[in-house]
Design a protein around this ligand. Sequence first.
Ligand code: ADP
Ligand code: MG
Length: 279
Amino acid sequence: MNDIIDTGRLMLLLNELRLPAIKHLWPQFTERSDKEGWTAARLLMSLAEHEVAERDRRRIERHLGEAKLLAEKTLDNFDFAAVPMISKAQVSALCAGDGWLEKGANLLLFGPPGGGKSHLASAIGLSLVEKGWRVLFARTSDLVQRLQIARREFGLEAAIQRLDRYHLLILDDLVYVTKDQAETSVLFELISTRYERRSVLITANQPFGEWGKVFQDPAMTLAAVDRLVHHATIFEMNVESYRRRAAMARKKQGPGRTAQYATTKNVGPLTSSDNQTES
Ligand code: ADP
Ligand code: MG
């Protein structure tokens, strides 16, 4: 029996089979295996495990690239003490993804500017990607514009379908969408298509009372809000701007003002009274 193998040919075969980790690792693994007397099965198992681990790592890297998350906004550098109404434990549970992304439930973050909505949304997105979920972070106005272009080219349905590959679509700053009827209807199409199948995370400065200004037609507003909140967790982040508080704290050399009023709640189906604009 001839134990000499043609390593050049082996490299070609591993290339052909697209097994880059094994291609890289086999010389050191086989050497160790010979030295330590591993069984052939154990060697094969180790190589296979490394290939799969490497594949997972590359996939997550790819998903991170496509997610377009905000740079350097993580849960580690999010100060939970600044938003006392949000429980870190609840956020951690959401970051596992199980239990809500599978059923297309939603997460809604409301609060005034600077309160950390975009930071928290992006950080949750990052955690989810690291756990293997696919996420896309988009400014709502940018995404609406893209969908509008798609619609003009008769490709709206396909464009919305392509977003299906994302388990979570983060629509940052919903209320800043301009109030043009055509724009709001592409947003409505998107929300309707994802309903109970794929999750959305929405951040908005205004709670539902003001959404009549996003979706001009009241029936459309009600239908959109109804779908969004049907299976949703809502965080009301009614805190002062984090930066302003930090600046004031530095100035006073003391702690910033504390949050005044806020709640975290899970909501059930919406009633029409939830959609009344303030008079
Ligand atoms: P919003 O989207 O609610 O307007 P941002 O998430 O953009 O607010 O927050 C404004 C800035 O303040 C960002 O740089 C963000 O990282 C920071 N920030 C806000 N809240 C927190 C927090 N709780 N911990 C750490 N940084 C925060
Ligand atoms: Mg924001």
